[in-house]
Ligand binder design. Sequence first.
Ligand code: NCD
Length: 308
Amino acid sequence: MAAGLAGKDIISINDFSNPEIERVFDVADLMLKSPRKASSLLKGKLMAAMFFEPSTRTRFSFEASMHRLGGSVMDFANTESTSVAKGENLADTIRIIDSYADVIVIRHKYEGAARLAAEFASHPVINAGDGSGQHPTQTLLDLYTIKKEKGAIKGLNIGLVGDLKYGRTVHSLAYALSRLGARIYLVAPEMLQMPSYILSDISNGSIASKTDKLEDVIGDLDVIYMTRVQKERFGDLNEYAKVSRAYTITKDTMSKAQKGAILMHPLPRIGEIKPEVDRMENAKYFKQAANGIPIRMALLSMVMGAIR
Ligand code: NCD
């Protein structure tokens, strides 16, 4: 069996071995099957949610997961209400929160912030998104969704579409898909293509195609993973304006996809998928967001050693 995650930080998807990823999925299934048993697993434990960047799904699903496990949560509504606004540095803030909490979930605009936090915390730190770096827990729920919907990940043709340069969800996902034997189609305007430091890390054989034209590859795809252009990462909003509407999925776009292809998006969507698509059988983004609960329940109980 996979080595346990007890006491471990979750900073990068590469912190997980493939068997550990499978184990998270098994524990997530258990959470769905036995909610009553799960409901006291983390009784007496306290999670600190430190969100220095906006969040809806990630933060609420972490908080809901902790509550569903019988634990409690503390957070700040915004950084303006903490001493960060007085200029306190991240290391000091983390040291203090670490002395109050059993686990720290952090989202920050700087790449590497979660890794830094983990150096100053004795309790597990979970990266809920670090700038344009990684978003490993999103990747776990994305993989879980693909596996549930398509049965397996190995051998699938998966299109990552939109902002592959700044999008942290697709950074973590690309690493995982490559390791799990999927074929990756990179679909982005040239200026938003996948960074070369990631491409050089992942196996050459995993990249099936690199293009800016979704229509050229959509018929090959088992999974279409849309992303939002990350406006907040652009230094120049004129540059953002050039690519902000690069891809829009409509019913007509979906008519060119395979019948059984699934359409995913980490959300929020800012026009990348028209609401007319929401009721199509292919649309899985709301289910995907809901899968955040069993996955984050599994992760919290595993890093705190309640389940191996
Ligand atoms: C993503 C993020 O924050 O990276 N959202 C999420 O966690 N579901 C995607 C995004 O903001 O575009």
